[in-house]
Design a protein around this ligand. Structure first.
Ligand code: SF4
Length: 512
Protein backbone atom coordinates (compact mmCIF):
# COMPACT_ATOMS: atom_id res chain seq x y z
CA UNK A 1 0.00 0.00 0.00
CA UNK A 2 1.29 3.45 -0.85
CA UNK A 3 2.18 6.07 1.69
CA UNK A 4 -0.82 8.05 0.60
CA UNK A 5 -3.14 5.09 0.93
CA UNK A 6 -1.83 4.40 4.43
CA UNK A 7 -2.72 7.91 5.40
CA UNK A 8 -6.26 7.32 4.22
CA UNK A 9 -6.40 4.25 6.42
CA UNK A 10 -5.03 5.84 9.55
CA UNK A 11 -7.16 8.95 9.42
CA UNK A 12 -10.04 8.79 11.87
CA UNK A 13 -11.60 12.06 12.92
CA UNK A 14 -13.78 10.25 15.40
CA UNK A 15 -10.93 8.80 17.44
CA UNK A 16 -10.63 9.33 21.18
CA UNK A 17 -9.09 12.33 22.84
CA UNK A 18 -10.75 14.62 20.35
CA UNK A 19 -11.06 17.18 23.10
CA UNK A 20 -7.26 17.50 23.30
CA UNK A 21 -6.97 18.04 19.62
CA UNK A 22 -7.91 20.94 17.45
CA UNK A 23 -9.94 20.75 14.31
CA UNK A 24 -8.66 21.68 10.89
CA UNK A 25 -11.49 23.02 8.77
CA UNK A 26 -9.55 23.47 5.53
CA UNK A 27 -11.39 20.60 3.83
CA UNK A 28 -14.48 18.44 4.41
CA UNK A 29 -12.46 15.75 6.24
CA UNK A 30 -12.25 17.98 9.35
CA UNK A 31 -9.25 16.30 10.97
CA UNK A 32 -8.74 16.60 14.70
CA UNK A 33 -5.02 17.11 15.09
CA UNK A 34 -2.94 16.62 18.24
CA UNK A 35 -0.22 19.10 19.13
CA UNK A 36 2.91 18.45 17.11
CA UNK A 37 1.10 16.33 14.56
CA UNK A 38 -0.19 16.91 11.06
CA UNK A 39 -3.59 16.08 9.59
CA UNK A 40 -4.41 13.35 7.08
CA UNK A 41 -3.05 15.31 4.13
CA UNK A 42 0.13 16.48 5.91
CA UNK A 43 -0.55 19.99 4.67
CA UNK A 44 -1.84 21.31 7.99
CA UNK A 45 -0.58 20.69 11.49
CA UNK A 46 -1.18 21.61 15.08
CA UNK A 47 1.69 23.82 16.21
CA UNK A 48 1.27 24.89 19.79
CA UNK A 49 -2.48 24.75 19.62
CA UNK A 50 -2.85 26.59 16.33
CA UNK A 51 -3.61 25.22 12.87
CA UNK A 52 -0.64 25.98 10.64
CA UNK A 53 -0.16 25.41 6.92
CA UNK A 54 3.02 23.32 6.91
CA UNK A 55 4.51 24.45 3.59
CA UNK A 56 5.70 28.00 3.07
CA UNK A 57 3.77 30.50 0.99
CA UNK A 58 5.70 30.79 -2.28
CA UNK A 59 6.34 34.19 -3.82
CA UNK A 60 7.88 34.36 -7.28
CA UNK A 61 10.45 37.00 -8.12
CA UNK A 62 10.05 37.89 -11.76
CA UNK A 63 12.89 40.36 -11.81
CA UNK A 64 15.42 37.68 -10.97
CA UNK A 65 13.86 35.01 -13.19
CA UNK A 66 16.49 32.63 -11.98
CA UNK A 67 14.15 29.70 -12.10
CA UNK A 68 14.92 28.30 -8.71
CA UNK A 69 17.22 30.50 -6.60
CA UNK A 70 15.42 30.38 -3.30
CA UNK A 71 15.47 33.29 -0.91
CA UNK A 72 15.89 32.08 2.68
CA UNK A 73 12.67 31.28 4.48
CA UNK A 74 11.10 33.97 6.56
CA UNK A 75 9.58 32.50 9.66
CA UNK A 76 6.39 33.74 11.24
CA UNK A 77 7.11 36.89 13.19
CA UNK A 78 10.33 37.71 11.37
CA UNK A 79 10.51 40.66 9.03
CA UNK A 80 11.10 40.12 5.33
CA UNK A 81 14.24 42.01 4.42
CA UNK A 82 12.90 42.66 0.93
CA UNK A 83 16.35 42.69 -0.62
CA UNK A 84 15.86 40.12 -3.28
CA UNK A 85 12.20 40.67 -3.92
CA UNK A 86 11.65 44.37 -3.83
CA UNK A 87 11.39 45.04 -7.49
CA UNK A 88 7.68 45.47 -8.09
CA UNK A 89 7.65 42.29 -10.16
CA UNK A 90 6.65 39.78 -7.55
CA UNK A 91 3.84 37.30 -7.72
CA UNK A 92 2.20 35.79 -4.65
CA UNK A 93 1.31 32.25 -5.74
CA UNK A 94 -1.29 30.07 -4.09
CA UNK A 95 1.35 27.49 -3.17
CA UNK A 96 1.10 27.26 0.61
CA UNK A 97 -1.71 29.84 0.72
CA UNK A 98 -4.34 27.57 2.25
CA UNK A 99 -7.94 27.08 1.20
CA UNK A 100 -11.20 28.77 2.02
CA UNK A 101 -13.32 25.67 2.58
CA UNK A 102 -16.33 25.79 2.68
CA UNK A 103 -15.82 28.93 0.65
CA UNK A 104 -18.08 31.29 2.52
CA UNK A 105 -15.08 33.45 3.37
CA UNK A 106 -12.71 35.44 1.18
CA UNK A 107 -9.66 33.72 -0.36
CA UNK A 108 -6.58 33.47 1.90
CA UNK A 109 -4.77 36.26 0.08
CA UNK A 110 -6.13 39.06 -2.06
CA UNK A 111 -3.06 40.93 -3.17
CA UNK A 112 -2.83 44.34 -4.73
CA UNK A 113 0.14 45.45 -6.72
CA UNK A 114 0.84 48.26 -9.15
CA UNK A 115 2.77 46.97 -12.11
CA UNK A 116 3.86 49.34 -14.86
CA UNK A 117 1.25 51.84 -13.81
CA UNK A 118 -1.63 49.37 -13.70
CA UNK A 119 -3.27 48.59 -10.39
CA UNK A 120 -3.76 44.84 -10.29
CA UNK A 121 -5.34 42.45 -7.83
CA UNK A 122 -4.42 38.79 -7.54
CA UNK A 123 -6.78 36.50 -5.65
CA UNK A 124 -4.88 33.52 -4.33
CA UNK A 125 -6.20 30.21 -3.00
CA UNK A 126 -5.44 26.51 -2.98
CA UNK A 127 -8.37 24.92 -4.76
CA UNK A 128 -9.76 21.52 -3.80
CA UNK A 129 -10.51 19.87 -7.12
CA UNK A 130 -13.00 17.02 -6.89
CA UNK A 131 -13.44 17.39 -10.62
CA UNK A 132 -10.00 17.01 -12.05
CA UNK A 133 -7.90 14.75 -14.17
CA UNK A 134 -4.64 14.37 -15.96
CA UNK A 135 -4.04 14.19 -19.69
CA UNK A 136 -0.85 12.38 -20.59
CA UNK A 137 0.91 12.59 -23.95
CA UNK A 138 3.49 9.88 -24.52
CA UNK A 139 5.76 10.51 -27.49
CA UNK A 140 5.98 7.10 -29.08
CA UNK A 141 4.81 5.19 -32.10
CA UNK A 142 4.71 1.99 -30.17
CA UNK A 143 1.34 0.47 -29.49
CA UNK A 144 0.77 0.82 -25.77
CA UNK A 145 -2.83 -0.43 -25.81
CA UNK A 146 -6.08 -0.22 -27.75
CA UNK A 147 -8.17 2.93 -27.64
CA UNK A 148 -10.52 2.97 -24.62
CA UNK A 149 -8.42 0.27 -22.87
CA UNK A 150 -8.36 0.66 -19.10
CA UNK A 151 -5.24 2.20 -17.55
CA UNK A 152 -4.35 0.94 -14.08
CA UNK A 153 -2.16 2.04 -11.20
CA UNK A 154 -1.59 -0.29 -8.28
CA UNK A 155 -4.01 -2.63 -10.07
CA UNK A 156 -6.90 -0.15 -9.91
CA UNK A 157 -8.61 1.43 -12.91
CA UNK A 158 -7.65 5.11 -13.02
CA UNK A 159 -8.35 6.07 -16.64
CA UNK A 160 -8.18 4.94 -20.25
CA UNK A 161 -6.26 5.16 -23.50
CA UNK A 162 -7.75 7.89 -25.63
CA UNK A 163 -7.31 8.91 -29.27
CA UNK A 164 -3.69 8.94 -30.39
CA UNK A 165 -2.12 12.09 -31.75
CA UNK A 166 0.62 12.70 -34.31
CA UNK A 167 3.58 10.69 -33.05
CA UNK A 168 2.12 10.31 -29.57
CA UNK A 169 -0.14 8.05 -27.57
CA UNK A 170 -2.60 9.73 -25.23
CA UNK A 171 -4.02 8.76 -21.85
CA UNK A 172 -6.94 10.32 -20.03
CA UNK A 173 -6.61 9.70 -16.30
CA UNK A 174 -8.54 10.57 -13.17
CA UNK A 175 -11.85 12.36 -13.31
CA UNK A 176 -14.67 12.33 -10.85
CA UNK A 177 -15.88 8.82 -11.71
CA UNK A 178 -12.57 7.16 -10.82
CA UNK A 179 -12.03 9.47 -7.84
CA UNK A 180 -15.42 9.07 -6.24
CA UNK A 181 -17.60 6.76 -8.34
CA UNK A 182 -15.82 3.46 -7.81
CA UNK A 183 -14.42 1.60 -4.81
CA UNK A 184 -12.42 3.30 -2.07
CA UNK A 185 -9.27 1.62 -3.36
CA UNK A 186 -9.93 2.95 -6.86
CA UNK A 187 -10.35 6.48 -5.53
CA UNK A 188 -7.13 6.27 -3.54
CA UNK A 189 -5.09 4.85 -6.40
CA UNK A 190 -6.46 7.50 -8.78
CA UNK A 191 -5.67 10.32 -6.37
CA UNK A 192 -2.23 8.91 -5.60
CA UNK A 193 -1.28 8.51 -9.28
CA UNK A 194 -2.54 11.97 -10.25
CA UNK A 195 -0.77 13.60 -7.33
CA UNK A 196 2.54 11.99 -8.22
CA UNK A 197 2.17 12.76 -11.93
CA UNK A 198 1.35 16.40 -11.20
CA UNK A 199 4.30 16.66 -8.82
CA UNK A 200 6.52 15.27 -11.62
CA UNK A 201 7.24 11.92 -10.03
CA UNK A 202 7.44 8.67 -12.03
CA UNK A 203 4.30 6.55 -12.02
CA UNK A 204 4.01 3.02 -13.37
CA UNK A 205 0.84 2.47 -15.38
CA UNK A 206 -0.38 -0.80 -16.85
CA UNK A 207 -2.76 -0.88 -19.79
CA UNK A 208 -5.24 -3.72 -20.23
CA UNK A 209 -4.22 -5.65 -23.35
CA UNK A 210 -1.20 -3.42 -23.79
CA UNK A 211 2.05 -2.27 -22.26
CA UNK A 212 3.39 -1.18 -18.90
CA UNK A 213 4.53 2.41 -19.12
CA UNK A 214 6.47 4.51 -16.63
CA UNK A 215 5.34 8.10 -17.04
CA UNK A 216 7.21 11.07 -15.58
CA UNK A 217 6.49 14.61 -16.75
CA UNK A 218 9.27 15.99 -18.90
CA UNK A 219 11.13 12.65 -19.09
CA UNK A 220 11.24 9.94 -21.78
CA UNK A 221 8.61 7.21 -21.40
CA UNK A 222 9.71 3.72 -20.39
CA UNK A 223 7.61 1.19 -22.30
CA UNK A 224 7.79 -2.43 -21.16
CA UNK A 225 11.13 -1.67 -19.53
CA UNK A 226 12.62 0.06 -22.58
CA UNK A 227 13.35 3.78 -22.66
CA UNK A 228 11.87 5.50 -25.72
CA UNK A 229 14.47 7.90 -27.08
CA UNK A 230 12.89 9.44 -30.15
CA UNK A 231 9.50 10.31 -31.48
CA UNK A 232 8.96 9.65 -35.15
CA UNK A 233 9.82 12.18 -37.80
CA UNK A 234 6.33 11.84 -39.28
CA UNK A 235 4.05 9.13 -40.62
CA UNK A 236 5.47 6.88 -43.34
CA UNK A 237 3.93 9.01 -46.08
CA UNK A 238 5.26 12.26 -44.59
CA UNK A 239 8.71 10.71 -44.28
CA UNK A 240 8.65 9.84 -47.98
CA UNK A 241 7.65 13.41 -48.78
CA UNK A 242 10.43 14.86 -46.64
CA UNK A 243 13.28 12.66 -47.81
CA UNK A 244 12.43 11.49 -51.36
CA UNK A 245 15.02 13.83 -52.86
CA UNK A 246 17.74 12.47 -50.55
CA UNK A 247 17.19 8.95 -51.83
CA UNK A 248 16.94 9.83 -55.52
CA UNK A 249 19.67 8.10 -57.49
CA UNK A 250 20.91 6.10 -54.48
CA UNK A 251 18.33 3.31 -54.35
CA UNK A 252 15.51 2.02 -56.58
CA UNK A 253 12.78 1.72 -53.95
CA UNK A 254 12.15 2.93 -50.40
CA UNK A 255 9.48 1.69 -48.01
CA UNK A 256 8.91 3.59 -44.77
CA UNK A 257 7.23 1.15 -42.39
CA UNK A 258 4.56 2.72 -40.20
CA UNK A 259 1.60 1.28 -38.35
CA UNK A 260 -0.61 4.12 -39.53
CA UNK A 261 0.50 5.01 -43.07
CA UNK A 262 3.29 3.03 -44.70
CA UNK A 263 4.89 4.92 -47.56
CA UNK A 264 6.32 3.61 -50.86
CA UNK A 265 8.41 6.12 -52.75
CA UNK A 266 7.98 4.83 -56.31
CA UNK A 267 4.17 5.04 -56.01
CA UNK A 268 3.96 8.12 -53.77
CA UNK A 269 3.16 11.48 -55.32
CA UNK A 270 6.53 12.82 -54.12
CA UNK A 271 8.32 10.01 -55.97
CA UNK A 272 6.21 10.47 -59.10
CA UNK A 273 7.01 14.18 -59.27
CA UNK A 274 10.71 13.40 -58.87
CA UNK A 275 10.59 10.80 -61.64
CA UNK A 276 10.99 7.53 -59.69
CA UNK A 277 10.42 4.46 -61.85
CA UNK A 278 7.88 1.74 -61.04
CA UNK A 279 9.43 -1.23 -59.26
CA UNK A 280 6.62 -3.81 -59.28
CA UNK A 281 6.57 -3.84 -55.46
CA UNK A 282 3.51 -5.25 -53.71
CA UNK A 283 2.60 -4.11 -50.19
CA UNK A 284 0.31 -6.32 -48.15
CA UNK A 285 -2.02 -3.80 -46.63
CA UNK A 286 -4.95 -1.56 -47.45
CA UNK A 287 -4.05 0.92 -50.16
CA UNK A 288 -5.35 4.36 -49.31
CA UNK A 289 -3.95 6.54 -52.07
CA UNK A 290 -0.92 5.89 -54.34
CA UNK A 291 2.11 5.00 -52.23
CA UNK A 292 0.18 5.18 -48.92
CA UNK A 293 -0.93 1.98 -47.19
CA UNK A 294 -2.96 1.40 -44.01
CA UNK A 295 -2.88 -1.70 -41.78
CA UNK A 296 0.26 -3.41 -43.05
CA UNK A 297 0.38 -5.20 -39.72
CA UNK A 298 -1.14 -5.21 -36.28
CA UNK A 299 -0.02 -2.41 -33.94
CA UNK A 300 2.81 -3.38 -31.62
CA UNK A 301 6.29 -2.66 -30.36
CA UNK A 302 8.11 -3.45 -33.63
CA UNK A 303 9.09 -1.38 -36.67
CA UNK A 304 7.20 1.93 -36.86
CA UNK A 305 4.70 0.92 -34.20
CA UNK A 306 3.76 -2.27 -36.04
CA UNK A 307 4.11 -5.73 -34.54
CA UNK A 308 6.67 -6.83 -37.12
CA UNK A 309 10.35 -7.47 -36.61
CA UNK A 310 10.96 -8.62 -40.21
CA UNK A 311 9.95 -5.82 -42.59
CA UNK A 312 9.83 -8.23 -45.55
CA UNK A 313 6.68 -9.71 -44.03
CA UNK A 314 4.68 -6.77 -45.41
CA UNK A 315 5.78 -7.44 -49.01
CA UNK A 316 3.98 -9.65 -51.54
CA UNK A 317 5.25 -11.01 -54.86
CA UNK A 318 7.22 -8.62 -57.04
CA UNK A 319 5.62 -7.97 -60.45
CA UNK A 320 8.02 -8.20 -63.36
CA UNK A 321 5.51 -6.55 -65.71
CA UNK A 322 5.53 -3.46 -63.51
CA UNK A 323 9.29 -3.07 -63.30
CA UNK A 324 10.65 -5.73 -60.95
CA UNK A 325 14.05 -7.05 -62.05
CA UNK A 326 17.03 -8.87 -60.56
CA UNK A 327 19.42 -6.49 -58.81
CA UNK A 328 16.73 -3.93 -57.98
CA UNK A 329 17.70 -2.23 -54.69
CA UNK A 330 15.36 -1.64 -51.76
CA UNK A 331 15.68 0.38 -48.56
CA UNK A 332 13.26 -0.35 -45.73
CA UNK A 333 13.28 2.04 -42.82
CA UNK A 334 11.11 2.86 -39.80
CA UNK A 335 9.66 6.29 -39.05
CA UNK A 336 12.32 7.05 -36.44
CA UNK A 337 15.23 5.78 -38.53
CA UNK A 338 16.07 3.41 -35.66
CA UNK A 339 15.41 0.33 -37.78
CA UNK A 340 16.62 0.03 -41.34
CA UNK A 341 17.71 -2.66 -43.78
CA UNK A 342 18.92 -2.89 -47.37
CA UNK A 343 17.95 -5.58 -49.90
CA UNK A 344 18.54 -6.49 -53.52
CA UNK A 345 16.28 -8.73 -55.62
CA UNK A 346 17.90 -12.01 -56.66
CA UNK A 347 17.26 -13.85 -59.95
CA UNK A 348 13.98 -15.20 -58.54
CA UNK A 349 12.92 -11.66 -57.58
CA UNK A 350 13.30 -12.45 -53.88
CA UNK A 351 14.73 -9.66 -51.71
CA UNK A 352 18.04 -10.67 -50.14
CA UNK A 353 19.46 -8.59 -47.30
CA UNK A 354 22.87 -7.07 -48.05
CA UNK A 355 25.29 -5.07 -45.93
CA UNK A 356 23.90 -1.59 -45.45
CA UNK A 357 25.58 0.62 -48.05
CA UNK A 358 27.52 3.68 -47.04
CA UNK A 359 25.67 5.84 -49.59
CA UNK A 360 22.38 5.44 -47.69
CA UNK A 361 23.77 6.04 -44.18
CA UNK A 362 23.39 9.78 -44.49
CA UNK A 363 19.69 9.67 -45.39
CA UNK A 364 18.89 7.31 -42.51
CA UNK A 365 20.91 9.53 -40.22
CA UNK A 366 18.89 12.50 -41.46
CA UNK A 367 15.65 10.80 -40.39
CA UNK A 368 17.09 10.20 -36.92
CA UNK A 369 18.37 13.75 -36.76
CA UNK A 370 14.92 15.10 -37.52
CA UNK A 371 13.27 13.13 -34.73
CA UNK A 372 12.59 15.07 -31.56
CA UNK A 373 13.36 13.54 -28.16
CA UNK A 374 10.47 11.42 -26.88
CA UNK A 375 8.96 12.87 -23.72
CA UNK A 376 5.98 12.43 -21.42
CA UNK A 377 3.79 15.50 -21.09
CA UNK A 378 1.40 15.76 -18.15
CA UNK A 379 -1.40 18.32 -18.16
CA UNK A 380 -3.50 18.84 -15.05
CA UNK A 381 -7.12 19.61 -15.94
CA UNK A 382 -9.48 20.92 -13.31
CA UNK A 383 -12.80 22.65 -12.94
CA UNK A 384 -12.54 25.94 -11.06
CA UNK A 385 -16.07 27.01 -11.88
CA UNK A 386 -17.51 25.80 -8.57
CA UNK A 387 -17.58 26.99 -5.01
CA UNK A 388 -14.01 28.35 -4.85
CA UNK A 389 -15.31 31.29 -6.88
CA UNK A 390 -17.11 32.44 -3.74
CA UNK A 391 -13.74 33.16 -2.19
CA UNK A 392 -13.05 35.58 -5.02
CA UNK A 393 -16.36 37.42 -5.33
CA UNK A 394 -19.70 37.50 -3.59
CA UNK A 395 -21.34 36.86 -6.96
CA UNK A 396 -19.52 33.81 -8.36
CA UNK A 397 -20.84 33.92 -11.91
CA UNK A 398 -19.18 37.31 -12.33
CA UNK A 399 -15.79 35.62 -11.99
CA UNK A 400 -16.70 33.04 -14.63
CA UNK A 401 -17.79 35.78 -17.02
CA UNK A 402 -14.66 37.80 -16.30
CA UNK A 403 -12.42 34.79 -17.04
CA UNK A 404 -14.36 33.97 -20.18
CA UNK A 405 -14.17 37.63 -21.23
CA UNK A 406 -10.38 37.56 -20.77
CA UNK A 407 -10.52 40.25 -18.10
CA UNK A 408 -9.27 37.87 -15.44
CA UNK A 409 -6.03 36.01 -16.07
CA UNK A 410 -5.82 32.58 -14.45
CA UNK A 411 -2.59 30.94 -13.34
CA UNK A 412 -1.67 27.80 -11.44
CA UNK A 413 1.32 28.42 -9.21
CA UNK A 414 2.18 31.35 -11.52
CA UNK A 415 2.09 29.16 -14.64
CA UNK A 416 -0.18 30.18 -17.52
CA UNK A 417 -3.20 27.97 -18.15
CA UNK A 418 -5.46 27.18 -21.06
CA UNK A 419 -9.11 27.84 -20.19
CA UNK A 420 -11.56 25.84 -22.23
CA UNK A 421 -14.16 27.82 -24.14
CA UNK A 422 -17.79 27.31 -23.18
CA UNK A 423 -19.28 27.22 -19.72
CA UNK A 424 -17.46 27.12 -16.41
CA UNK A 425 -13.74 27.59 -15.74
CA UNK A 426 -12.17 24.36 -16.98
CA UNK A 427 -8.45 24.87 -17.13
CA UNK A 428 -5.39 22.92 -18.19
CA UNK A 429 -1.79 23.49 -17.16
CA UNK A 430 1.51 21.88 -18.05
CA UNK A 431 2.78 20.60 -14.70
CA UNK A 432 6.42 21.18 -15.66
CA UNK A 433 5.71 24.93 -15.62
CA UNK A 434 4.35 24.79 -12.06
CA UNK A 435 6.90 25.00 -9.21
CA UNK A 436 7.78 21.56 -7.87
CA UNK A 437 5.67 20.05 -5.11
CA UNK A 438 2.83 22.53 -5.71
CA UNK A 439 0.07 19.91 -5.79
CA UNK A 440 -1.44 18.27 -2.75
CA UNK A 441 -4.46 16.15 -1.93
CA UNK A 442 -7.19 15.68 0.59
CA UNK A 443 -8.55 12.27 1.45
CA UNK A 444 -12.10 12.94 0.23
CA UNK A 445 -10.33 12.14 -2.26
CA UNK A 446 -9.47 15.18 -4.36
CA UNK A 447 -6.40 16.99 -5.60
CA UNK A 448 -5.36 20.36 -4.24
CA UNK A 449 -3.88 22.77 -6.75
CA UNK A 450 -2.79 26.37 -6.42
CA UNK A 451 -4.87 28.83 -8.41
CA UNK A 452 -4.55 32.58 -8.84
CA UNK A 453 -6.91 35.05 -10.52
CA UNK A 454 -5.34 38.33 -11.63
CA UNK A 455 -7.34 41.30 -12.88
CA UNK A 456 -7.41 45.07 -12.77
CA UNK A 457 -8.38 46.38 -9.39
CA UNK A 458 -11.29 48.42 -10.77
CA UNK A 459 -12.61 45.30 -12.53
CA UNK A 460 -12.26 43.34 -9.30
CA UNK A 461 -14.30 45.83 -7.36
CA UNK A 462 -16.89 45.93 -10.14
CA UNK A 463 -17.40 42.19 -10.13
CA UNK A 464 -18.18 42.19 -6.43
CA UNK A 465 -14.73 41.38 -5.04
CA UNK A 466 -13.79 41.61 -1.37
CA UNK A 467 -12.31 45.08 -1.52
CA UNK A 468 -11.83 45.32 2.24
CA UNK A 469 -9.60 42.22 2.18
CA UNK A 470 -7.11 43.56 -0.36
CA UNK A 471 -3.56 43.70 1.03
CA UNK A 472 -0.24 44.81 -0.33
CA UNK A 473 2.54 42.34 -1.17
CA UNK A 474 4.70 43.99 1.50
CA UNK A 475 2.04 43.43 4.14
CA UNK A 476 1.75 39.76 3.16
CA UNK A 477 5.51 39.32 3.24
CA UNK A 478 5.71 40.91 6.65
CA UNK A 479 2.69 39.41 8.36
CA UNK A 480 1.68 36.31 6.44
CA UNK A 481 -1.86 35.06 6.75
CA UNK A 482 -4.39 33.06 8.69
CA UNK A 483 -2.38 29.85 8.53
CA UNK A 484 0.77 31.30 10.10
CA UNK A 485 3.23 29.68 7.74
CA UNK A 486 6.50 31.25 6.65
CA UNK A 487 6.97 32.90 3.27
CA UNK A 488 9.68 32.07 0.79
CA UNK A 489 10.82 33.75 -2.36
CA UNK A 490 12.01 31.98 -5.46
CA UNK A 491 13.06 33.07 -8.93
CA UNK A 492 10.20 32.72 -11.39
CA UNK A 493 10.71 30.27 -14.24
CA UNK A 494 11.77 32.24 -17.29
CA UNK A 495 9.05 30.54 -19.32
CA UNK A 496 6.24 31.93 -17.16
CA UNK A 497 5.59 35.55 -18.08
CA UNK A 498 4.45 38.15 -15.60
CA UNK A 499 2.68 40.40 -15.52
CA UNK A 500 -0.04 39.48 -18.02
CA UNK A 501 -0.45 43.14 -18.74
CA UNK A 502 -0.78 42.85 -22.49
CA UNK A 503 -3.89 40.73 -22.14
CA UNK A 504 -5.39 42.83 -19.38
CA UNK A 505 -4.80 46.05 -21.31
CA UNK A 506 -6.35 44.56 -24.43
CA UNK A 507 -9.38 43.50 -22.44
CA UNK A 508 -9.66 46.96 -20.87
CA UNK A 509 -9.64 48.48 -24.35
CA UNK A 510 -12.42 46.19 -25.43
CA UNK A 511 -10.27 44.06 -27.71
CA UNK A 512 -10.65 40.95 -25.60
S1 SF4 B 1 -7.19 16.44 5.33
FE1 SF4 B 1 -5.77 18.15 5.50
S2 SF4 B 1 -6.97 19.94 4.91
FE2 SF4 B 1 -8.42 18.31 5.33
S3 SF4 B 1 -9.01 18.64 7.45
FE3 SF4 B 1 -7.32 17.15 7.43
S4 SF4 B 1 -5.46 18.38 7.71
FE4 SF4 B 1 -7.11 19.79 7.14
Amino acid sequence: MSELAERFETHDPGEKQVAEKIRCDACPVMCYIADGRTGACDRYGNVGGRIVRMDPLTILDHAAETGGAVVPFVAEGEAWNGELVNTGRRFVTAIGAGTTYPDYKPAPFIVSQEVEGVDLVTVVTEGIFSYCGVKVKIDTDRHIGPETATVRAEGEAIGHVTTGEYGSQMLSLGGVHHLTGGSKAEGRATCDAMLNLCNRKPVELTIDGGATVIVEAGKPPVIDGKIEHRMRVGCGSATIGMFATQWRGLVDEVVVVDDHITGVVSEHQAGKVLGWQDTGIKIIGRRSTPGRYFKVSEPGLGWGGTSISDPLSILGEWNVKKGARPGLSLLMVSTTGEQFAYYELDDDLKPVEKPFPERLQKSVGLIEENCEPALCTVLFIGGAGGSLRAGVTENPVNLTRSVQGLKTYVTVGGAPVYVWPGGGITLMVDVTRVPEGAFGYVPTPALVAPIEFTLRRDDYVRLGGYEAEIRSVEDILAKGGEYLNPRRGTGAPVSNPWPPLAQLRRAANGAG
